[in-house]
Design a protein around this ligand. Sequence first.
Ligand code: ADP
Length: 501
Amino acid sequence: MITKILIANRGEIAVRIIRSCREMGIRTVAVFSDADRKSLHVRYADEAVHIGPSPSTESYLVKEKIIKAAKVTGADAIHPGYGFLSENAEFAELVRNEGIIFIGPSAESIRLMGDKISARRIMTKAGVPVVPGTRRKITDDDKALKVIKRIGYPVIIKASAGGGGKGMRLVYKESESLKALKSARSEAKASFGDDAVYIEKYLTSPHHIEFQVLADRHGNIIHLCERECSIQRRHQKIVEETPSPVMTEELRKEMGEKAIAAARSVNYEGAGTIEFLVDDNLNYYFLEMNTRLQVEHPITESVTGVDLVKEQIRIASGEKLAYRQEDIYQDGHAIECRIYAEDPENNFMPSPGIIKKITEPMGLGVRTDGYVYEGYEIPVHYDPMISKLITWAKTRNEAITRMQRSLGEYYIMGIRTSIDFLKRIMEIPEFVNGQYDTHFIDNHRKKLFGPCDDVPEIEDMAMIVAFMEFMENSNSKKNGFTSQSVSNWKIQNRKKNLTRQ
Ligand code: ADP
């Protein structure tokens, strides 16, 4: 029986995990760095332990500090969330050696899937198709150049120990090969301490589609269908939805079975995700496995009704899965938009700072998983994602209009955010029609960045603003209010909407 869980993480995911724990009657311990003293996860947890200075290398990434905090507070389990130590095999091992439950798979599964080349080998053996490419690590430039030629352009060079889009380089022609190889290797060395790379054929217009799996320690494994994650910037997801607009019932069944086979091949336990690339002809190829909870897990929860964090905890307690494959189906449609403190107009530069005002969307089918509040200062030290906005509806169209409405209600003052950028994505016909691949953002740069084509001329805008102010004033007089009683941001929003339509 797990009665107290330490969450080895921060921000929105720590808050998310605390919520499920509270519903299960499990006590929680938060850990926090100097910069996170006022973070919501610290306020929400039953107990909180300070683990050091702000840089994550001195706090959230220090295994010994986390384990000590768990021992001091008597936590019987550790949930790693995503990022930080969540896919660190050594950490999982250390935690278990201390007699504490690690909420996740075995160190061995993490190790096998963490090395992308070993994962490709295991998948091939398990009958799961992989993206065509090398089977071994390459550390020699001459050999790499030969391999690139053999695979044929375009190719993608990837760090063997990679993640987060780091150490990845695209090569379209021979003259670019050596330079790309050298920069991929030096980035890999700097980010992961390992400069080994491997080479894959670059698929020209793929979809990124992943399958959620749950596996207990009694040999039961199920999948919870797919998530379409092709809307990406710099190879990083920004919008996800389920079901995928290109998925068929037949393909779902087949890919779901392959995902289960992939998990089984490494004796997987817990929640995991098998990522695939899918081409125009619906051929699919294994990309990698994430041996943890994903950022985008809420859309799966919305359509299946399964609380994935609760299932992780139950599995870690040794319980059998409460669901069989036939119990799982997708009800309706869900979309997630990741809200970042960053400036899309300035190459997505992080924009930390103090939140002066915030109004979050609400209403039927709307969920926000976040951790910021009015007056909160977003630290410079961590990932700039501040929340995830998830909408659910019976149909895809309604989920989109609900997302458009919710993004319109989302108001954050004091920092730059990706909210307006996401609003533009939601209005592009190819997104609305579900006709997009991983190049969506590059293909729609004109509409996504810079001023809108249909922004009225300056004089028109001045007239519109003057007219709106006149209307606001006359309405408020009619109602017996002063013009001050009309919320200023509402006026601002309306002005913005007028210029955008
Ligand atoms: P990371 O683990 O660094 O995030 P992934 O291997 O998961 O890297 O790939 C991230 C994204 O990069 C994919 O979702 C896809 O958009 C793109 N990508 C990766 N490999 C290929 C490939 N072989 N062909 C086309 N696109 C690719």
